[in-house]
Design a binder for this molecule. Structure first.
Ligand code: XMP
Length: 594
């Protein structure tokens, strides 16, 4: 439940979530068209949906005829408001209204060509043959009474159907993804031509409404925030500051000692410029570093950091030290974090613990939490932040994981040499990956190739598909010694290695920014790995990736000039033996190495 429901507008369109990864994308696309939309569980009773102008049933991984498949309340079809089913939603409509759904001989995944068969308001301005995006195995094989087939592909006879009298429509394809050429037009037709929605939503115009909500929720009390320097907590804080004034809000930043170079100063500058005296730092770095000293296992690192963070928060909340008088806690929680849905918010240690801290649970129960961004998506938070005048440098920051540099400082139990494997070397460096739906922890292949070879990424994909013992492929950009003479060393987390990584990361950030490369990638982790020689025991791996939400990612090549500068500067650092580039997409590699 949202802690400040009075601050949300009324949704014109509700997206019923059947567990698909596209559910949030649908709601976001509808909002981009200027119509406020929210997600509800698929089984929401029709009585709770009275008054909405339209209902969308999302796609999902289940089969309608299996027991336990997500259900919708059949009464939604008699509410009199238009309904649009997408993929599983399309099949759900057929299933409920007397049509037929069958398992296809083979699935249809990816691009396909739709041919529209008759005029329909849904396809106004989008008639004829057009590119669409499909991802399904089951298919509607007979439309319900009253429906007509609106479009087909070569392999899917009923790719679009509609009952114009009841205004119920189904699409087997996904209009919400960019690969569907007329997707935006089709959604707009549903909203404006069929549902009669009005444009009522612009994230840039939400500040006043949200500030009113904050004043109501605070009801005379003060607001205290834990801030991270990320976009969400900073925008949420700024709204509270505007709503309540600098006397009534405080921001506390916990320094874990696992931050990047200059991070604490950056965050301090941002907050000092927002309001004098609103910001404080709690230096917990000694506690974190001593708890992590000597730790090697990735999961253990995460556990220690998560638990310690919770401890520190609890102590601060219990001490009542930072705010006198009556106060409530502000949080930068955004919309996807408040909705449980397949394929959304990846559980991350620090965030999960943030929400689970018993002190915070208690505050929620006592109605002492304000979450000003609880109905916004990330892009909307950025737009609002821009409107509030926050610096672009802050709004466009790359995401940075809560556990910080600890998960970019790879550790190993033992020292072993690299071994020849086909046309590369197997390095006994274990990193985390995702293969299928599960986590892998496997060694890395170093490709024997020149860093300027044009087909590096293709070769990496080929190797990774062929060699089941690895989950990642890298290439050496520069090194002090030949790759074949390198060995791993038993290495744990320690201050020396964290400092080494922090320096390397600072060099990469500075150069990537200066060359204009930073804004061409979604994230650019720098990883320290214990591979080298006794004199120079570590190496640096560069991991520039492009992504939309971090769930999948594409490894990106480095421009020649940047590659040369980084190779030279990083090799000049104390203890660094080589510089590598990670060529692995996600999946099968994760973005972080852990
Ligand atoms: P992976 O490594 O799973 O990372 O491909 C996907 C995205 O999530 C970020 N990440 C985190 N963010 N707390 C966070 O706030 C965490 O514990 C955490 N772990 C990974 C990662 O940086 C990437 O953007």
């Amino acid at each position: 439940m949202s802690p400040s429901p009075e601050a949300s507008p009324q949704a014109q369109v509700v997206v019923l979530d059947t567990g698909g990864q596209y559910c949030h994308l649908i709601a976001r696309k509808i909002r981009e068209l200027g119509v406020y939309s929210e997600i509800r569980p698929s089984e929401t009773p029709a009585s709770e949906l009275r008054g909405v102008r339209g209902i969308v049933i999302s796609g999902g991984p289940a089969s309608v005829y299996e027991s336990g498949a997500p259900q919708v309340d059949p009464a939604i079809f008699s509410l009199g408001c238009p309904v649009l089913g997408l993929c599983y939603g399309h099949q759900t409509i057929a299933w409920h209204l007397g049509g037929e759904v069958q398992r296809g001989d083979r699935g249809e995944y990816g691009l396909a060509w739709l041919e529209t068969l008759r005029p329909s308001p849904l396809f106004g301005g989008a008639e004829g043959r057009q590119q669409i995006w499909m991802s399904h195995r089951d298919a509607v094989t007979r439309v319900p009474a009253g429906f007509e087939v609106l479009g087909s592909t070569d392999t899917c006879a009923i790719a679009a159907m509609g009952d114009p009298a009841r205004r119920i429509y189904g699409l087997q394809f996904h209009p919400e993804v960019v690969h569907t050429a007329n997707g935006r037009r089709i959604l707009a037709n549903f909203l404006f031509r069929i549902c009669g929605c009005t444009q009522d939503w612009d994230p840039r115009r939400q500040a006043e409404r949200i500030q009113d909500g904050i004043r109501r929720t605070a009801a005379g009390r003060n607001v205290f925030f834990f801030v991270s320097g990320g976009v969400d907590s900073t925008v949420a804080f700024t709204l509270c500051l505007r709503a309540l004034g600098p006397e009534r809000v405080r921001a506390l930043y916990v320094d874990t000692g696992l931050m990047r170079a200059g991070e604490t100063e950056f965050v301090r500058n941002v907050f000092d410029s927002l309001g004098r005296g609103v910001f404080a730092v709690e230096d917990a770095s000694a506690r974190f570093l001593s708890a992590l000293d000597g730790v090697r296992d990735p999961e253990q690192k995460r556990r220690i950091i998560g638990e310690l963070f919770v401890d520190v928060q609890e102590q601060i909340l219990a001490s009542g030290h930072y705010l006198e008088g009556e106060w409530i806690l502000g949080q930068g929680t955004i919309y996807p974090d408040t909705i449980e849905s397949g394929g959304t918010a990846k559980a991350d240690v620090i965030k999960t613990h943030h929400n689970r801290v018993s002190g915070i649970q208690r505050l929620i129960a006592e109605n002492r939490i304000v979450e000003p961004l609880h109905s916004l998506y990330k892009d909307e938070v950025r737009e609002l932040g821009r409107e509030l005048g926050l610096p672009e440098e802050l709004l466009e920051r790359h995401p940075f994981p809560g556990p910080g540099l600890a998960i970019r400082c790879l550790c190993e139990e033992s020292g072993k040499p690299v071994e020849r494997l086909g046309d590369g070397w197997l390095a006994p460096l274990h990193s985390v990956g995702v293969q299928g739906d599960s986590r892998s922890y496997r060694p890395v292949l170093i490709l024997d190739a020149a860093p300027e070879a044009p087909d590096l990424h293709e070769r990496a994909v080929e190797r990774i598909n062929r060699l089941s013992e690895i989950n990642r492929v890298i290439v050496a950009l520069a090194s002090h010694v030949p790759v074949e003479s390198m060995t791993t060393s038993p290495a744990a987390l320690c201050r020396t290695r964290l400092d080494r990584l922090r320096r390397a990361d600072a060099i990469v950030r500075e150069a990537a920014h200066r060359w204009g490369f930073e804004c061409q990638v979604w994230q650019f982790p720098v990883i320290l790995v214990p591979l080298g020689t006794p004199e120079r025991p570590d190496s640096v791996v560069l991991r520039p990736v492009d992504s939309v939400d971090g769930m999948t990612a594409r490894a990106v090549p480095l421009p020649d000039a940047l590659r040369e500068e980084l190779s030279a500067r990083l090799l000049a650092e104390d203890g660094i033996c080589a510089v590598f580039l990670d060529l692995t997409h996600k999946p099968p590699g994760t973005i972080e190495w852990e």
